[in-house]
Design a binder for this molecule. Structure first.
Ligand SMILES: O=C(O)CCC(=O)C(=O)O
Ligand SMILES: [Fe+2]
Length: 339
C-alpha cells in the first residue's frame, strides 16, 4: 500500500536541512537565522472585513454557503462548533510543549531520517531558503510510538495516547469539512476518485526570539494537501496573504480551530478555491506552539479538476506525483502542472 509517508521518500534531504538549531544555546539571532528586513506590512486603512478571516459556526444554518464563500475569498477561516473537546486541545498542546521543552540532545534522538516523513526536525520547506527559520517541528503519521519511545523510554504513553486521540478527532472533523466543501462546489463524492483519506499531524514550535524583526517563524508557503486544521495556542504569529491587501494577522480565538485550503483543493476545485499563502512571524514574548493536521486522499489517488462550466486549468495527477513536484519546486509546483 502506498502511503503519504512513502511519497516523501523520493525526495531525501540533507541533515543540514533537518537538524534545527539548539535555540536554548543562543542569546542573539545568528547570521544563519537573520532574514532581510521584513517591510511588507498591510496598509493601515482597511475595513474589518478585509483584515479578519471569517469565523464560521459549524452548527449554523447556512454553513455550506459560508464555507464556500470563505474558501473562495480567503482560502482560510476559523471554525467554532467543531465538536473537538477543549480538554483534548489543551492536552495535545501540553504534550507538544513537553516535547519541545526537552534538551536539544534529547530531541535529536527522534530526528527525522533524510528520506523519512516523521519525527523531529526543521520545516520541510527549509531547503528552499538560504536562511533558517525560528522553528522546530515534529511530524506524526499514525502511531507516534517509535519516535516517542526514543524521547521518553519509560514515559511515552501519555504523549502517544493524546496524539492518537487527536488524530482520530481530526479525521472525523476533516471529513465533515470535506463534505461541506464538496457541497459548496456542487461536486458529489462519486465525482472524486477516492473514498478513504490519509493525514499527518505536525507539531510546530516557535521558541522566544531575541530579535523577532530579524527572524521568521515559518517562511511564506501554501500547504500541499486538501485542507489543514490548525490549533494555534493563544499567541499571535500566523498571517495570511490577501491579494490587494497584504499580510493579514490571524488572531487566535479561544476554542476555535483555523481551517485552510491547500494546493490539492485548489486543483480539484479547478481554481475556484484559493490555496492559502501564509507565514508565521517570530515573537519575543512567548514560546508559541501550534498543531496542524494535514488532510488528503491516499497517495495513489488521481486528482482531477472538477468543474462543469470551465476547461480544466490543471492536468490530472496523483497525490504522490504532486508531492514529488512540490518537494522539488515548492511555489512553482502549481504553475508547472497548469495546462
Ligand atoms: O503555526 C502556525 O500557525 C502555522 C503552521 C503551518 O503553517 C504549517 O504547519 O504548515
Ligand atoms: Fe502551513
Amino acid at each position: 500500500m502506498s502511503t503519504l509517508s512513502e511519497a516523501y521518500a523520493d525526495s531525501p534531504l540533507h541533515l543540514q536541512h533537518i537538524i534545527p538549531m539548539d535555540f536554548e544555546s543562543v542569546q542573539t539571532v545568528p547570521d544563519s537565522h537573520s532574514w532581510p528586513q521584513i517591510t511588507d506590512f498591510p496598509p493601515a486603512v482597511r475595513s474589518d472585513e478585509e483584515l479578519t478571516i471569517p469565523i464560521i459556526d459549524l452548527t449554523a444554518p447556512h454553513v455550506v454557503e459560508l464555507v464556500g464563500d470563505a474558501c473562495r475569498t480567503w482560502g482560510m477561516f476559523q471554525v467554532t462548533g467543531h465538536g473537538v473537546p477543549s480538554i483534548l486541545l489543551e492536552d495535545v498542546e501540553s504534550e507538544a510543549r513537553r516535547l519541545f521543552e526537552l534538551p536539544a540532545r534529547q530531541k535529536i534522538k527522534a530526528l527525522r531520517s533524510p528520506g523519512g516523513a516523521t519525527g523531529y526536525g526543521a520545516a520541510r520547506i527549509a531547503p528552499f531558503f538560504s536562511k533558517n527559520m525560528w522553528h522546530e517541528g515534529f511530524t506524526i503519521m499514525g502511531s507516534s510510538v517509535d519516535h516517542a519511545r526514543e524521547l521518553w523510554p519509560h514515559d511515552y504513553k501519555r504523549f502517544c495516547d493524546a496524539m492518537d486521540d487527536y488524530q482520530k478527532k481530526m479525521k472525523v472533523l476533516s471529513y465533515k469539512l470535506w463534505l461541506l466543501i464538496l457541497k459548496s462546489l456542487d461536486i458529489t463524492e462519486e465525482q472524486v476518485n477516492w473514498s478513504s483519506s490519509d493525514g499527518a499531524l505536525q507539531l510546530n514550535s516557535y521558541p522566544c526570539c531575541p530579535d523577532p524583526n530579524r527572524a521568521i517563524g515559518l517562511a511564506p508557503h501554501t500547504d500541499t494537501l486538501l485542507l489543514t486544521i490548525l490549533h494555534q495556542s493563544n499567541s499571535n504569529g500566523l498571517q495570511i496573504f490577501r491579494d490587494g491587501v497584504g499580510w493579514v494577522s490571524v488572531s487566535p480565538l479561544s476554542g476555535a480551530l483555523v481551517v485552510n485550503a491547500g494546493d490539492l483543493l485548489h486543483i480539484v476545485s479547478n481554481g475556484r478555491f484559493s490555496t492559502a499563502y501564509h507565514r508565521v512571524m517570530a515573537n519575543q514574548a512567548c514560546h508559541r506552539v501550534s498543531i496542524a493536521y494535514f488532510y488528503g486522499p491516499p497517495a495513489e489517488s488521481l486528482m482531477v479538476p472538477v468543474c462543469e462550466t470551465q476547461f480544466p486549468l490543471y492536468r490530472s495527477l496523483t497525490v504522490k506525483e504532486y508531492i514529488s513536484i512540490k518537494a522539488k519546486h515548492l511555489e512553482k509546483a502549481l504553475l508547472l502542472i497548469r495546462i
